[in-house]
Write a new protein. Structure first.
Length: 174
C-alpha cells in the first residue's frame, strides 16, 4: 500500500486535468480513425518485412498489405506471412491522385497520394496521416489515423531571432 500512495497525487492531477479538459478534450485525438475490420494472427516474435498500401479499383477499397517474417528467429530459411487489411471509407480522386477519408462530422481529409517513381506508382501516406500496425502476441490490427492538414501540430514552431525558446505561461493557462 505504501508504493501505491506515491501514485495518488499523480492520479489526482491526471483526473483533474481530464475533467477540466486540459489533457484530453472530447474533440481531441485524431480527426479520422479507421480500424480495419480484418484481423490476422502471425509470428509472435517476428518482425515487419514489408508494408504497402494498395488501391483495389474493383472494390473501391484501400488495403494495407503487411508482410511479417521470422528471419531473426529462424536458424535456417525464413518464413514470410502476408496479410491484407481493408481500410473502409477511403475515396480516391483519380484526377488529383489523392485518397480522402471523411470524419464522423463530415470533414473530408486527405490521407494519402500517388507517388510516381521511374517505372511504377506507389501510394504514400501524407504527413497528416499514419497507418499503425498494432501487434500483440501475434494478433494484428491495422488503424489509419489522420488529422487536418491545417492542424497547428503539423506547423513548425515559430523561430525566435535570438535562438531561445520562450514560453508565455499566461497564454498556456488561458
Amino acid at each position: 500500500m505504501i508504493a501505491m500512495s506515491r501514485y495518488v497525487p499523480f492520479l489526482a492531477l491526471t483526473l483533474t486535468l481530464i475533467l477540466s479538459g486540459w489533457l484530453w478534450a472530447e474533440d481531441e485525438g485524431p480527426l479520422i480513425s479507421i480500424t480495419s475490420p480484418d484481423h490476422a494472427v502471425t509470428f509472435a516474435y517476428g518482425s515487419i518485412k514489408d508494408r504497402v498500401l494498395i488501391w483495389k479499383k474493383k472494390e473501391s477499397m484501400l488495403v494495407a498489405r503487411v508482410t511479417f517474417t521470422d528471419a531473426e528467429q529462424s536458424n535456417g530459411s525464413s518464413n514470410d506471412d502476408t496479410h491484407e487489411f481493408k481500410l473502409p471509407g477511403i475515396t480516391f480522386d483519380e484526377a488529383k491522385g489523392v485518397y480522402f477519408a471523411t470524419s464522423p462530422k463530415g470533414v473530408v481529409v486527405p490521407v494519402a497520394h500517388i507517388k510516381k517513381a521511374l517505372f511504377f506508382k506507389t501510394i504514400e501516406v501524407l504527413p497528416n496521416a499514419a497507418v499503425r500496425i498494432l501487434r500483440e502476441r501475434g494478433n494484428v490490427t491495422v488503424i489509419l489515423e489522420a488529422i487536418s492538414p491545417t492542424d497547428p501540430a503539423l506547423q513548425p514552431p515559430p523561430v525566435d531571432p535570438d535562438g531561445t525558446h520562450k514560453v508565455d505561461a499566461d497564454k498556456i493557462l488561458q
